[in-house]
Design a protein around this ligand. Structure first.
Ligand SMILES: [Zn+2]
Ligand SMILES: [Zn+2]
Length: 415
């Protein structure tokens, strides 16, 4: 008998080792991953491969089960150590020898410990969903231009991991004896002889939960939930419009009584200000954005606007230079707008499949403002005056005639 069973083990073990995928690989983790990273990976992957989201897909169902298994092995220091040293084979032996917990939790039960409810998404079964949580994140224009992966932390109500949402220190939860687990009580009041009124009220012994706990959890004090910071990664894609709403599925407030709702992050543009670092000190910081276009105001002196022969280097949001210039003799009219195509915002495509191709950009619109001098040195003023006098007599250009208005007009607007 003993002989046969050990022979059986010999046959079974290699087949387990062959078909089981590496737990770290499965969760997309390095071998030195922290507990936080393991939890995070489980949160992300279990949602992705949940059977509710992939109906009739046997592969993702298998993956969902494997992810739960990998999580449970790696989150427990003892089983993780065994797995690190001896792999799947070692774990199988450990479980056969009766070490640690026998078998595995139901993967849906594990899911519900993270996201509440009964382990399902609630889209199908009409399960109660928690409230949607909203947050706003302001990012500088530079991040909309270049794209950025940023971390943010938000505080939310989380299922107490110490008691796994039971509220009990020893895991013992009793049915409330007052309401027999119903959470409410029905009382009969006699209004008049033979006439009764039934009044239903929330059971005050258990607060409507239908359950009581003798030894409340020391972490959540029986509340089953705690307030906890949760860190998320927000992927700001190049050219995303301001006001875009990014959904983090099931990352809202958690409770054992419902399936966690979504967290929706509203991405807005931060008011421009010069940053601390060099790459943040660009002219582009002060570009204004409308859709795919950028706007910039450039100031020219009277001499530059009129005579030409000038050059400007504008540092764009990513630090590259956009050169503006005019050769001598090229006039720029006040408030003229120069449209420089290809120097606006990257054109955002919600369809990620287009990410690989060449990026398209909007235009940069440069408006020229011409500043006339308020005062001049007296010698300079005299020189200019005399020059005007000389040339207006010679040329006698009459703008009034050109405008086609009546000759009787009293004022002559000359060069
Ligand atoms: Zn009760
Ligand atoms: Zn607790």
């Amino acid at each position: 008998m003993l002989f046969w069973s050990s022979l059986l083990v010999l046959f079974i073990l290699p087949s387990i080792a062959l078909c089981a995928e590496d737990f770290y690989k499965l969760l997309g983790l390095d071998r030195d991953a922290s507990d936080r990273e393991i939890k995070k990976a489980y949160r992300t992957l279990s949602k992705k491969f949940h059977p509710d989201k992939n109906p009739n897909n046997e592969d993702s169902h298998t993956k969902f089960v494997s992810i739960a298994e990998a999580y449970e092995v790696l989150i427990e220091p003892q089983t993780r150590k065994i797995y690190d040293q001896y792999g799947h084979e070692g774990l199988a032996q450990h479980q056969q020898g009766g070490g640690g917990h026998q078998g595995h939790h139901d993967p849906f039960d594990l899911f519900s410990r993270f996201f509440g409810g009964s382990g399902h998404f609630g889209h199908h079964g009409g399960e109660r969903r928690g409230p949607t949580m909203e947050a706003q994140i302001d990012v500088p224009l530079r991040d909309f231009y270049m794209g950025k992966e940023m971390q943010f932390t938000i505080e939310k109500q989380a299922i107490c991991s110490s008691c796994e949402g039971t509220g009990s220190d020893d895991g013992v939860v009793d049915e409330c004896s007052v309401c027999s687990g119903r959470g409410h009580r029905v009382q009969r009041h006699m209004l008049a002889p033979g006439i009764f009124q039934q009044v239903q009220s929330v059971c005050d012994a258990c607060g409507g939960k239908g359950k009581t706990v003798h030894n409340p959890c020391t972490v959540c004090h029986g509340a089953r939930v705690v307030r906890e910071p949760e860190t998320h990664t927000l992927d700001i894609e190049k050219g995303m419009p301001r006001g875009v709403r990014v959904t983090f599925e099931n990352e809202g407030d958690e409770s054992p009584d419902w399936v966690a709702g979504d967290l929706i992050v509203n991405v807005q543009e931060l008011d421009p200000s010069l940053g601390e670092e060099d790459h943040e000190k660009t002219d582009g910081t002060f570009f204004r954005r409308r859709g795919n276009d950028l706007f910039w105001t450039e100031v020219l002196s009277l001499r530059e606007a009129w005579m030409g022969s000038w050059q400007r280097n504008i540092t764009h949001l990513d630090g590259h230079i956009v050169q503006l210039s005019r050769p001598r003799g090229k006039v720029v009219q006040p408030n003229a707008v120069e449209v420089i195509s290809g120097e606006g915002m990257p054109i955002w495509n919600n369809d990620r499949s287009n990410d690989s191709g060449d990026e398209e950009y909007g235009a940069l619109n440069v408006e020229y403002v011409v500043i006339l001098p308020d005062t001049m040195a007296s010698g300079m003023e005299k020189d200019f005056w005399n020059m005007w006098e000389k040339w207006r007599k010679k040329l006698a250009v009459n703008l009034w005639d050109d405008s086609g208005r009546s000759k009787a007009a009293p004022i002559h607007n000359e060069l």
